[in-house]
Write a protein that binds this ligand. Structure first.
Ligand SMILES: *Cc1c(COP(=O)(O)O)cnc(C)c1O
Length: 239
């Protein structure tokens, strides 16, 4: 094995152990939680190694980096998740490779995604990104819609050609009532998911938890965790 492969395999094994332990502690089956490796800022060569090590879901947050990487890895059996704030002028590109867009947070974005999905003859999975720290404007610092905006967006996605409503996503807030209370934040997301599934029963994905708080997310009931640093290392630049 190359040094990088050895390093990634070891990191992946540690993350796998953490997820397994968190599932056991929560009385959940390991199969209930899917690991998504966030490969942002890391090269396509790392994605290729991860695929060889059995990773099946990767996530990116900037189209400029993600589009060439996805193209370089088009031969691999990977599902690509887009998790960053998404401008409508990038939607055409993102729809070209993303299987799931986890950061759907406004009606204009739903319209653009639907138009491009239809044009590309693709079905794109959508998660509504929930901002548990939304200000009075109903939006989060890092994207996301306030909880009271979920239903309207979910209905829009549900009716939009080319789109499939898969569930909810959140990032643990750094400010507001949930700051430093990750498990409470993730439990709130689970409650919102329960509400959503009354009207959209197929929207079962709950994407929560990153390197620092995946245990709390698994404990709360997350179905998908998004782990970057713990697998790939500390990122060379902000992203
Ligand atoms: C970068 C990122 C992650 C991964 O964060 P780590 O702390 O590196 O595990 C997860 N979710 C989103 C939305 C991200 O932007």
């Amino acid at each position: 094995m190359t040094d990088r492969k050895t390093e990634l395999a070891a990191n992946l094994a540690k993350v796998e152990e953490r997820i397994t332990a968190a599932c056991a502690a929560a009385g959940r089956e390991r199969e209930e939680v899917t690991l998504i490796v966030v490969t942002k800022t890391y090269p396509a060569s790392d994605v290729r190694i991860l695929s060889g090590l059995g990773v099946r879901h990767v996530a990116e947050n900037r189209d400029q980096d993600a589009a060439p990487k996805a193209a370089a890895c088009a031969d691999l059996p990977l599902k690509w998740h887009f998790v960053g704030q998404l401008q409508t002028n990038k939607v055409r590109s993102v729809v070209g490779y993303a299987d799931v867009v986890q950061s759907v947070d406004r009606a204009r974005l739903v319209t653009a995604l639907s138009r491009e999905a239809v044009r590309a003859e693709r079905e794109v999975g959508c998660l509504i990104q929930v901002a548990l720290d939304a200000g009075v404007n109903g939006r989060g610092e890092r994207g996301g819609v306030a909880p009271d905006g979920i239903e309207e967006l979910a209905d829009l996605v549900g009716e939009a050609p080319g789109l499939r409503l898969d569930g909810l996503m959140t990032v643990a807030p750094l400010t507001g009532e949930y700051a430093g209370r990750e498990q409470k934040a993730f439990q709130r997301l689970m409650d919102l998911s329960t509400d959503l599934r009354r009207t959209h029963p197929a929207a079962t994905m709950v994407s929560a938890g990153m390197s620092a708080d995946l245990e709390q997310a698994v404990a709360a009931g997350a179905t998908h965790v998004r782990v970057g640093t713990a697998v790939l290392g500390v990122r060379p630049r902000l992203g």
